[in-house]
Design a protein around this ligand. Sequence first.
Ligand code: CS2
Ligand code: MG
Length: 403
Amino acid sequence: MKITAVKVIVCSPGRNFVTLKIETDEGLIGYGDATLNGRELAVASYLTDHVVPCLIGRDAHQIEDIWQYLYKGAYWRRGPVTMSAIGAVDMALWDIKAKAANMPLYQLLGGRSRSRVLVYAHANGLDIAQTVEEVLRHREMGFEAIRAQSGVPGLEKVYGVAKGQRFYEPADSALPTEHDWSSEKYLRHAPQLFEAVRDAVGPDVHLLHDVHHRLTPIEAGRLGKDLEPYRLFWLEDATPAENQAAFRLIRQATLTPLAVGEVFNSIWDCKQLIEEQLIDYIRATLTHAGGITGLRRIADFASLYQVRTGCHGPTDLSPVCMGAALHFDTWVPNFGIQEYMMHDELMMAVFPHDYRFEAGYLYCGESPGHGVSIDEKLAAKYPYKPAYLPVNRLKHDGTLVSW
Ligand code: CS2
Ligand code: MG
C-alpha cells in the first residue's frame, strides 16, 4: 500500500492545531496530530519541507521502518519539533493500518486491557472558595479524578487560572504575556487549598495538582511533604526534569506520588526517572513523544518499574491525539489515568470523532482506525492565528523563571 499524498492542515477553531493527512493508493486515509503549542508553524514547515517529500511512494504498512527513517535518517535526533512531526506521521500510519485491518486501533496494539479509560478534569478558581466550587461542579459531572489549581493571594496571574472563560487556554496572546511568581507565597497557599478541597469532597475523589516546573527540588520536597495529609493522586512537574537526578531529593522528602513528562519527547528524557523509580506516572503522550511507536517503547520500559501512564491531554493537543491516546490507554497494561481538558463544541465539530465521555470515563470508539478525522471545509474557515504561552517572572525583581 503506497503513500500517494500527504497534506499538512493548519487551522485555528478557537486555538491552533496542525493536522497531518496521509492518503494511500488503496483509498485509505490516516490522520495524525502535530500540534506543538506556540511553535505550530515550525512543525508544519518541518513536515511540509522535509518529511512529506520523503513519504511519497513509501509502503504505508512499514510503520517501524518509516519511524526509524525519520528518527535516525535525519541525523539530528529528538527535540519537540522533530518528534511531533514523527508523532503525527506515526499516528496517521497506525490509523491507516487499523483501517486496512478493519479494526479499531486498540485491537492491533494487543486488544482491550480495560473496559474504559479513567480521566481527570481541571478545576480552576481565582481563590480557594472558587476552586472548591469548581471541584464540586466537576464531581457532579461524574469525574472521579480532579486536578485543582487556584490563584495565589498577592500574585496577579497564576498557571491554570483564567478569568471568566469556560475553557482555560494558556496560549492567551499574539505575543507572550507576563505572569508574576513567588514560590514562598505559593508554598504557603497550596496546602491550604488542598485542606479545603479534601474537606469538601471527602476521601473518595482522586485529587491532582500541577506545579508546572516552578519549584526547586528542595521546595518541591517540602510541598510534597506538606500535601501528604490530603493524599494526592499525583503532584505534577514539581521541578524541571532536565536534571533527572534532582528527583532523588524530592523522593527522599515525600511519599506524595509524582508525575512528570508532558514536555518529554523520547525515552531518553525519562530513562533515569523511571529506572531509579523517581516518579510514579509518566505523562508523555503520542503527539510529542513520537506517536504510538515512540510512546509504546516508553510505556513498556516504565512497566518494568511499576511506573504507570498518565498521558498529557490538554486542549493544545487536537482531538486526533486524544482519539489515538484513548486506543493506547485501552490497551496499555500499565495504564494510570488520562488527562481530559475538554475541547469546546467548535473544536469537536472540526474534528469528527467517535470517542465519548460518560460519568468520569472516556470510551474509545469501535470504528476502524483511531476514530478521529478532520472536516477540512470547516477547518478552512479558521486560519492560523499567532498565539503564545505566557512567560513567568519573579514578583520582587523580574527574574525570568519557569512558567
Ligand atoms: C498542562 C498543560 O495539561 C497540563 O498539565 O501543564 O496545559 C500545558 O501548560 C500546556 O500543554 C502547554 O502547552
Ligand atoms: Mg502539566
